[in-house]
Design a protein. Structure first.
Length: 281
């Protein structure tokens, strides 16, 4: 019986090492150290509110915000410091529960007690739903931003922003609401992006289109760093409509169009396309 147990343990360790995981903090220690909330953030180790699904551990970190600073942060020490070469690609994996927020992280701290700098704020690749279940969020470990690599050589600490108050939230952000909080757990550095290993990495499954209340504008949100190369609009007869204008990187104005039904066709840099019906009032 002991031999079987040891063999199973050995196999488990081999499987884990093959995925290239480095645990930063799972908040299970008797005394949790290296966690410091700053600039209005609040952070407390609490019992796991839902021991199920992706997270069956006992404890997690509850993060809130006592003010309205977008830059409120929790500094989470990486101990021991992690060496990352300029040719490696790394990703931060975070399990999250409940409140939907715009998460981000800075990786450009130059010491354990440093907070990095604003150009180093890296947003999460995917969004979480806020459902009553643990979800996995992925943030690229990179500096400079959008480079895909980490140029500083050593990762000293995670400057974790639980809510940078972006487009998908109310003006102040949900963590500023009374009692608003986010539960996070199992912070790990991965060698690869687990989102890309799934079978549903298609444009259709990783793009969302929203219209404003008056149905005069539409907005395109993507996940997994998908690169949109073309957005075209067609009427119901299949004729291309030219009089739409781009407001910003994600939003388009169709207020000059006649009322009716239209089709928006989107293409990415892999040549995949996705179409959806839109209504103009």
């Amino acid at each position: 019986m002991k031999k079987i147990t040891f063999l199973n343990l050995l196999l488990s360790l081999c499987v884990l090492s093959s995925f290239g995981q480095t645990m930063v903090n799972d908040f299970e220690a008797t005394v949790v150290t290296g966690v410091e909330p700053l600039f209005g953030a609040a952070a407390t180790v609490v019992a796991n509110p839902s021991i199920s699904g992706l997270n069956t551990t006992d404890n997690c970190l509850q993060i809130g915000n006592t003010g309205t600073n977008w830059f409120s942060l929790v500094r989470i020490n990486v101990n021991p410091d992690l060496a990352i070469s300029g040719t490696e690609t790394k990703f931060l994996s975070v399990l999250v529960y409940r409140t939907t927020t715009d998460m981000a992280c800075r990786f450009n701290a130059t010491a354990d007690d440093d907070n990095g700098s604003n150009p180093g704020v890296i947003s999460a690749i995917n969004a979480h739903s806020g459902a009553d279940a643990w979800e996995q969020i992925i943030i690229p470990v990179e500096f400079p931003r959008d480079s895909g690599t980490f140029s500083l050589g050593t990762l000293f600490t995670l400057i974790f922003h639980a809510d940078i108050k972006g487009f998908s939230n109310a003006a102040a952000g949900p963590l500023d609401n009374a009692g608003g909080s986010l539960f996070v757990d199992e912070l790990q550095i991965l060698d690869s992006n687990p989102l890309l290993s799934t079978d549903d990495f298609t444009l259709e499954n990783n793009i969302s289109i929203y219209q404003n209340v008056s149905l005069t504008n539409f907005r395109i949100e993507t996940k997994h760093n998908i690169n949109i190369t073309d957005v075209s609009l067609y009427d119901i007869l299949g004729s291309k409509v030219n009089n739409i204008s781009k407001i910003d990187t994600h939003e388009y104005d169709m207020s000059n169009l006649s009322s009716g039904l239209y089709i928006v066709k989107i293409r990415d840099d892999r040549g995949e396309t996705f179409s959806k019906k839109l209504i103009k009032q």
